[in-house]
Design a protein around this ligand. Structure first.
Ligand SMILES: [Zn+2]
Length: 248
């Protein structure tokens, strides 16, 4: 149930999906992988929207070169852990929700424990090796993965629902080589906002999701494009999931 303060806080959202939708958000437990450019936007809007529990994980400390895009952190946070800074910012935005911020490097060894009890995974990473771990964990736990990535003026997003859509490995069978890519804060704003919109719709059950569709944003030419994709029957990650589906 929403109390009086929550009813006021979310009054513009209950116009969209009712108190029932808001209560669903309140029950949702979200795992945000990364407190960088995308993670900042994602966790900001998820906290403001009233997702009941947010666990955000990042192993780094705030550097001056992060501040053009990582809006969770302020100038005074340089040198502090991103997790600490994220915790303070998010609880400042919305003290009604539960925030857990952890200094951790996401790995094969700890991902199971980190995700235990969480219903949604937000991909706010900057590399594909961890993205593949998130994808595998999403498939194993049967929870959705909201993918986003940016480089410079460009970004992309898609929504992966295990058993219903292709997985990240179907879409990207091979990781692009790791690199230091350019990053504009407002591109993180576009893509992170789309990921949160997807998560809100998934939880409240409204609208259409970016299922089996990769949305591409080109800020330089101000254009959205969309590429349809399908499950790869021989995908090394999700072919077991598809077999399970067929027998149900
Ligand atoms: Zn797959």
């Amino acid at each position: 149930m929403l109390d009086d303060a929550e009813s006021q806080r979310y009054s513009r959202q209950t116009l969209l999906f009712g108190r029932d939708g808001q209560e669903r958000l309140k029950k949702a437990r979200v795992f945000v992988a990364g407190a960088g450019g995308l993670g900042s936007v994602i966790s900001f809007y998820m906290a403001a929207a009233g997702f009941g529990k947010i666990r955000i994980v990042d192993c780094d400390s705030v550097e001056l070169s992060n501040l053009n895009r990582q809006i969770l952190h302020s100038h005074a946070d340089v040198g502090r852990t991103k997790a600490r800074s994220a915790y303070e910012t998010l609880t400042g935005i919305n003290p009604e929700i539960e925030v857990e911020a952890m200094v951790e490097t996401i790995s094969e060894d700890n991902i199971g424990e980190l995700l235990r009890g969480f219903h949604l995974i937000m991909d706010a990473m900057d590399n594909f090796s961890v993205r593949y771990l998130l994808n595998r964990a999403a498939l194993k736990r049967n929870v959705p993965l909201f993918h986003g990535a940016i480089s410079g003026y460009q970004g992309q997003a898609t929504t992966i629902i295990p058993g219903r859509t292709a997985c990240l490995s179907c879409l990207f069978p091979r990781a692009p080589p790791p690199s230091t890519f350019p990053a504009l804060g407002s591109t993180c704003g576009v893509i992170g906002s789309i990921q949160v919109t997807e998560a809100v719709k998934y939880v409240t059950g409204v609208g259409e999701l970016l299922e089996n569709r990769l949305l591409l944003w080109d800020g330089l030419h101000v254009a959205f494009d969309e590429v349809a994709y399908e499950r790869n029957a021989s995908c090394k990650e999700c072919s077991d999931v598809s077999r399970t589906d067929r027998t149900q």
